[in-house]
Design a protein around this ligand. Structure first.
Ligand SMILES: Cc1cc2nc3c(=O)[nH]c(=O)nc-3n(C[C@H](O)[C@H](O)[C@H](O)COP(=O)(O)OP(=O)(O)OC[C@H]3O[C@@H](n4cnc5c(N)ncnc54)[C@H](O)[C@@H]3O)c2cc1C
Length: 593
């Protein structure tokens, strides 16, 4: 449908029509596209845009002349104190802290945009800032009491205190609920904290730790605490020698009989797992924004390199196989950016159910930037392999993105199980059995025991009449792909629940496929929405946006078709048997001699 004044979505009233209690991603599993939450593509708040203009320039002015220094910091694996001080002076530790506490009060979207800019220069810088804001003190913003906020936020805003997030332990990585760091409640209501966390970003420079500890209280098993580095019994280990993001501080952080007054509990006693997940969900757009910044730099580098380097008498930029890489990086970059800012908008607009979309944007953006770093290095050929050039560092730096803040495997399972949970819960016959199993998909892996295999109704009513009405005609053809495959997703979800019953949580191959279908649908719809908005506003980049939407959709359609087909026709059993054989032997069982 064409834009008309009577069309509230087209008139830019997205925030007014937004269905804040609805998750676009979860509705996809029902065959529904929540158009109100997708169209029109959100715009940056005016206040943020004004603030960003000056800030992005200041970041460029500060970091661009420092490229040689930043490279040196990578080699030496450190950010010198005077450099951290310069980050403080620029206000980069107060980005999301409300103005009343001395911060800049940026929205999630604007914050992610700042990380795009810093990441376009150096990932370690983004990590130092991001670990502070996205996860280190995010718990204080989300769950802190007024007194806690008044006490810490002003110092966190100036960077006088730097924050870190302490969840991971030697025995508790993806299985975050199994932490052994322990806090025991003493008779006077204080707590005593003991244990060790590993791989803590900012561990060596932080003054403020958000720490998750086992607290076997009647209220629950895990509790979050605020711990100050200056408290007796707190220490940190040496800087880890890492593959990438080498300059950013990563250390162990240990707690030995640390006495914590009751007012250092963050959130409710026993609700620490909820606090941890809320922080990670809310912080994922920071990582996504950083990935987009990396991609934009890689595209610039690749273009310059391809135009400059001549082989066979012409610039390699003229060869189809090089052009293909540059075009693919561009499609990936637009798609990642479209998804990340859509999620940031959900958070900023007060949506209550965005964790699945946040996971999808993190998975897509992290993998997109890794593909881009691989291809940009390939375009540079032998130069790409040389440390004199930036490609190898970007490749090393971006590798972490699919590992931390939830590995992409765990996030895919989370996406699949969260979507299936709601579908299962809606099928009345399955309601009670499925509800408990999936209350917490992360904790729930592999613990199904009481679910009884049921046969759900063949006619679920899903998947009828899915027409995206708000789209510009130039994107109508692409829209039909999402209209078709959202129905396929709902059928696949229904079929999976019927086929596997209580075993669904252990069927990881199927979960991966269904997660990938859902990711392609969500990211693709974000791409369509953004392209649609650019066309409607007659943006100079509109033609490229239409082409990108077309290319992304064609590629997505092939993946969607393959994943839907793979639900019934696949080599999962063979794969499992092969893995079993190799794991048992611990090596491959053949040689050529
Ligand atoms: C540089 C760096 C910085 C970090 N910063 C922080 C920080 O600031 N704070 C913090 O708390 N932590 C931090 N971490 C820890 C990070 O979050 C963890 O590494 C991550 O959660 C994964 O845990 P793990 O490394 O123990 O991997 P594991 O959990 O041991 O996983 C190993 C592999 O098995 C897969 N796997 C695990 N469980 C399953 C399953 N159920 N199904 C399928 N596959 C599975 C994983 O996806 C992965 O591929 C950091 C790590 C690094 C490397």
């Amino acid at each position: 449908m064409e834009t008309t004044a009577a069309n509230p979505a087209a008139a830019g009233a997205h925030a007014d029509t937004l269905r804040r209690d609805q998750s676009v991603a979860k509705n996809l599993f029902f065959g529904e596209i929540v158009e109100e939450n997708l169209f029109p593509y959100p715009k940056m708040r005016d206040k943020d845009r004004e603030m960003l203009g000056a800030m992005l320039d200041a970041i460029d002015d500060f970091l661009a002349p420092k490229h040689a220094d930043l490279k040196h910091y990578d080699r030496k694996a450190e950010q010198p104190p005077e450099f951290i001080q310069a980050l403080r002076d620029m206000g980069l530790f107060g980005l999301i802290i409300p103005e009343e506490f001395g911060g800049l009060g940026l929205s999630n979207a604007a914050y992610a945009r700042v990380l795009t800019q810093t990441s376009s220069h150096d990932s370690s810088v983004s990590l130092t800032i991001g670990a502070h804001s996205s996860i280190g003190m995010k718990g204080l913003l989300l769950f802190g009491t007024d007194a806690q906020k008044a006490k810490y936020l002003p110092r966190l805003a100036t960077g006088e205190m730097i924050a870190a997030f302490c969840l991971t332990e030697a025995g508790a990585g993806s299985d975050a609920a199994s932490v052994r760091t322990k806090a025991t409640r003493d008779d006077d209501g204080t707590w005593t904290l003991n244990g060790e966390k590993i791989w803590i970003t900012n561990g060596g420079i932080a003054d403020f730790y958000t720490v998750f500890a086992k607290t076997d209280t009647p209220e629950g098993k895990m509790t979050a605490f605020i711990v100050e580095a200056s408290q007796a019994g707190v220490s940190h280990g040496p800087h880890e020698d890492k593959m990438g993001i080498r300059a950013s501080s990563t250390t162990t952080v240990a707690f030995s009989d640390v006495k914590l007054p009751a007012d250092q509990v963050l959130g409710e006693v026993g609700k620490g797992f909820k606090v941890a997940m809320a922080i990670l969900n809310n912080g994922r757009t920071g990582l996504g924004g950083g990935a987009v910044g990396g991609m934009k730099t890689l595209i610039k580098l690749a273009c310059a390199q391809a135009k400059e380097r001549k082989q066979f008498g012409k610039p390699v930029a003229e060869f189809g196989l090089v052009r293909e890489k540059i075009a693919q990086m561009t499609v990936d970059c637009f798609a990642a950016e479209s998804a990340v800012w859509m999620v940031a908008h959900y958070i900023d607009s007060g949506c209550t159910d965005y964790s699945v979309e946040a996971a999808m944007s993190k998975v897509f953006a992290s993998e997109a930037v890794q593909r881009a770093s691989y291809e940009a290095l390939q375009i540079a050929g032998g130069n790409g392999f040389m440390r004199e050039f930036p490609y190898e560092q970007v490749t090393r730096d971006t590798r972490i993105l699919s590992i931390f803040e939830g590995t992409n495997e765990i996030l895919r399972l989370y996406i699949a199980l969260s979507g299936l949970k709601d579908v299962g819960a809606t099928l009345s016959e399955l309601k009670h059995a499925v509800g408990n199993i999936f209350n917490d998909p992360i904790k729930g892996f592999g613990v199904l025991s009481t679910y009884v295999r049921r046969k759900a109704s063949e006619t679920t009513g899903y998947g009828t009449d899915k027409i995206l009405r708000e789209l510009h005609p130039s994107l109508r053809k692409a829209a039909t792909v999402y209209e078709k495959y959202v129905v396929e997703l709902s059928k696949a979800a229904d079929a999976l629940l019927r086929q596997y019953g209580k075993g669904i949580a252990d069927e990881q191959h199927a979960q991966k496929r269904i997660a990938d279908i859902a990711i392609d649908l969500f990211v693709g719809l974000c791409v369509l929405s953004r392209a649609d908005s650019l066309v409607r506003e007659n943006h100079p980049g509109q033609q490229s946006a239409i082409t990108i939407a077309d290319v992304f959709t064609r590629q997505a359609r092939r993946r969607l078709r393959r994943n839907v087909r793979g639900m019934t026709i696949n080599e999962d059993k063979a794969i499992e048997a092969l893995a079993e054989a190799v794991l048992e032997k611990g090596a491959v069982g053949w040689d050529v001699v």
